[in-house]
Design a protein around this ligand. Structure first.
Ligand code: M6R
Length: 593
């Protein structure tokens, strides 16, 4: 979603701000802006649209000691120049960029309006700027002002702030939205994500919630909400895992699909040393002691959670699965000794952060399975499993999904010391490679054929149905074709009414227990005119099936055959001429609730 950059000191300000915003663009945005000093005056340049447009619109060279930049994904107010960031306080003494949502901004706005403040934008961010300006009037230092402002603000925020009276410092405040500082030699950098910083320095400080940072070109000072100095700790970020290189691929999504095999193999090496599993023994102890595992996730991570819960149940451990934005408001906790597993590629999903707060209040232990080291969720969990899948740039999650499922397969197998999982995962990898070599062009042809369909249905049962949910999300997300995943047995309870002449239906069959029921379902939809494409494993296949793949351990459906759905969605989006990696209305990291 929104992205923040900032810099101070000896650095090419325009280059860092613009290039930095470009590296954050995968998160999704609709407008962009920068603020910098020109002859000691704060200048602002903003635009609706791309960072490249902003680059064209802004002066060729910017020689400035200090600068901030932002990509905005509209929440309060439509995308337009006025609502774009940086925003300023009424008297322009404060210029800031903000990520997050201020829940009580209307109340604060009203109070400020009663004092005579006027607002130009519809944003909650402008309210923060004027609140800082107003609080400074009482004669407080900036540090004390920010403390008092943070106490007033409800909701989430990461702000990078320039104060007209102190152009030698950048100020940061943070709660529930990520922001970090990169420490350079004669300069310091700010960003909401490590990607823009890592090219310049590996010394990165992740701010914790309710911290304030005061940054000059040579120093970074951190304070907690009580304005007590905080000892600085550097986070350990691996540059190769933050690479944004397309490596010759036309799109990140295609590159990321084709990385799945390596990602899964790497996970096996990370958590199995050839003789034994290497998960944190304390985590294993807590999992053994738990009588109910509560999975929470959103979107693709929710779909991976469904598979993870099946893995636990297979080991005779109760497991529930919830969508984060539902659980946050209707928390359900069963068992005498529950344990929560949160899945999040980004580790910054606001709905999950909300859940994490509730879980912590209840004193329940948590494991976060994430691709982002140092993310808010990772730092707040009792345990974390890092996917090490490398940066996932495409909004449509692919390799992170497969990695989540693989990590959970390893984890649950480790509980019973079931080493065969490593052999099984290797089998799944062989299938992935076979799909890449043999089926990719047929999937492209199918996508070209079905690209103009209004609806498309995925049918499956059990593990296959869990995967159908993901296949359907992927398709609708990037090709905008309406699609649904239906458990085979549910067809007759309603969805079959949607099947008409030539309605495309893609069916997955990999479980011998349900194969014959699935074949009946195929007859039912065919009888209504459906255009059916069956993907089946060899021993369950029929001659005219669309794709036949070698048998594999069925619990790994979501890994082995995932690329079929991923390629199909990718090629459908491509055929329709859409922006595959940045679908409309979506953001990579959903940092607002
Ligand atoms: O970063 P997270 O895994 O927490 O993100 C959750 C969802 O927003 C995400 O999986 C989303 O559904 C993807 N765009 C799906 O491709």
């Amino acid at each position: 979603m929104c992205g923040i950059v900032g810099c101070i000191g000896k650095i090419n300000t325009k280059k860092y701000l613009i290039e930095g915003l470009k590296t954050l663009d995968y998160r999704g945005y609709d407008s962009a802006g920068i603020a910098y000093l020109n002859n000691n005056q704060v200048e602002i340049c903003k635009t609706v649209g791309s960072v490249s447009l902003l680059e064209e619109k802004s002066p060729k060279e910017i020689t400035s000691f200090i600068g901030i930049g932002h990509t905005r994904w509209a929440t309060h107010g439509v995308p337009c120049d006025i609502n774009s960031h940086p925003v300023q306080s009424m008297n322009k003494t404060i210029t800031l960029v903000h990520n997050g949502v201020i829940e009580n901004f209307m109340e604060i706005k009203k109070e400020l309006m009663e004092k005579g403040y006027k607002f130009t934008s519809a944003t909650d961010s402008e309210v923060i700027a004027s609140l800082i300006e107003d609080t400074l009037k009482s004669g407080k230092s900036m540090l004390k002002t920010l403390q008092s402002v943070m106490k007033k603000l409800e909701g989430s925020f990461a702000c990078s702030i320039i104060w007209e009276e102190d152009k030698k410092h950048l100020y940061l405040i943070k709660r529930s939205s990520p922001i970090m500082v990169g420490v350079g030699d004669g300069f310091n950098l700010v960003a909401s994500d490590a990607v823009p910083i890592i090219e310049y320095t590996k010394k990165i400080i992740d701010l914790d919630d309710d911290q304030i940072a005061i940054i000059s070109d040579k120093e970074v000072n951190l304070y907690d909400i009580h304005v007590r100095p905080v000892i600085i700790k550097y986070s350990d970020k691996e540059p190769s895992l933050l690479s944004r290189d397309l490596n010759g691929y036309p799109h990140f999504m295609l590159k990321e699909i084709e990385e799945i095999e390596n990602v899964v193999r790497r996970l096996c090496l990370n958590f199995f040393n050839g003789e034994e599993f290497t998960f944190d023994p304390h985590l294993m102890k807590d999992l053994h002691a738990a009588d109910n595992i509560i999975f929470i996730g959103c979107g693709t991570s929710y779909h991976a959670s469904l598979v993870g819960a099946r893995f636990f149940r297979k080991q005779e451990i109760d497991a529930d699965v919830f969508i984060a934005s539902e659980w946050a408001y209707y928390p359900q906790i069963s068992g005498k000794n529950p344990f929560v597993i949160l899945l999040s590629q980004s580790g910054e999903t606001a709905d999950l952060i909300h859940c994490m707060r509730i879980i912590k209040e209840k004193g329940i232990k948590t494991l976060v399975v994430t691709n982002t080291k140092g993310s808010t969720l990772e730092r707040n969990a009792d345990y974390s499993i890092l996917l090490n899948a490398g940066l996932e740039v495409s909004v449509a999650s692919t390799k992170a999904y497969s990695a989540q499922v693989a990590a959970l397969a390893l984890l649950t197998s480790a509980l019973k010391d079931r080493k065969k999982v490593v052999v099984d995962l290797n089998e799944a990898c062989k299938i992935i490679s076979q799909i890449r070599v043999r089926e990719k062009s047929r999937l492209q042809a199918l996508a070209n054929k079905l690209k103009d369909s209004e609806h498309l249905f995925f049918l499956g049962r059990g593990y296959d149905h869990d995967f159908c949910l993901e296949a359907s999300l992927k398709l609708k997300e990037i090709s905008y074709i309406h699609s649904e995943a239906i458990p085979g047995g549910e067809l007759k309870h309603g969805p079959i009414a949607l099947i008409a002449q030539d309605t495309p239906v893609i069916v997955f069959i990999s479980d011998p227990n349900t194969a014959s029921s699935m074949r009946n379902n195929i007859q039912e939809v065919k009888a209504r005119g459906a255009d059916v494409y069956v993907v089946a494993t060899h021993s369950l296949s029929k001659e005219d099936d669309f794709i036949i793949i070698p048998d594999y351990p069925i619990y790994l459906s979501s890994i082995a055959i995932a690329p079929i759905a991923f390629y199909f969605a990718y090629y459908a989006s491509l055929a329709k001429g859409y922006n595959v990696d940045k679908p409309r209305n979506l953001a990579k990291s959903v940092t607002v609730e």
